[in-house]
Design a protein around this ligand. Sequence first.
Ligand SMILES: Cc1cc2nc3c(=O)[nH]c(=O)nc-3n(C[C@H](O)[C@H](O)[C@H](O)COP(=O)(O)O)c2cc1C
Length: 199
Amino acid sequence: MHEFDPDERSSDEIARFVKTVVTPRPIAWISTRSEDGVDNLAPFSSYNYVSLKEPTVLFNTPNGDRDELKDTARNALDTEEFVVNVVTEPEIERMDHTSASLPPEESEFDLADVERADCRTVDAPRVTDAPISMECTLHDSLEVHDKLMILGDVQHVHVDEDLLAEGDGKLDMRDLPTVGRLGGPYYTVSDPVEFERQF
Ligand SMILES: Cc1cc2nc3c(=O)[nH]c(=O)nc-3n(C[C@H](O)[C@H](O)[C@H](O)COP(=O)(O)O)c2cc1C
């Protein structure tokens, strides 16, 4: 085996390595509204849930002074709100387009022609065509080396009714072609393998 010591590698090399190892990563397509009322939208694949009983999710983004933060992070901290929209296959291209680095006064909703809808519990908009959107309020933020971890409590969830199974109303993975991020310029679309769970 080749032995890999992170201390002997450049930060770019390590970043590329870790991002290829931790795959596929789920993608939070995060919508926020700035204090000036500009609607922002961007994808974040350093994303996951933390707690479930009281659902809390997190995403990570570079740390820095307020004016150095990405718009999503600044808006989430300023307004204490953000919305996680689930990305499915038909939206890959528009989702990718919203990773463009725009000045804070311009909206990726307009750039990528993404339709927005009002939320119930937060001012930030949601992506109309997302099959699921989770409205979140800021739980906390945590500096981890050069990154800022932003945690949000899920306050309300919008789910496309077609995704809910008749009878028990549960979500069925087979109907939700979620998109994941791989290393480099690659995405993947979920292709569930049914498995007889033993434990
Ligand atoms: C699929 C995908 C996943 C991304 N994940 C992250 C991430 O986890 N953290 C991050 O800081 N940037 C991530 N980016 C880059 C941001 O989307 C990009 O910097 C964007 O311009 C930020 O927008 P904002 O300044 O409007 O917040 C990702 C980009 C793509 C295409």
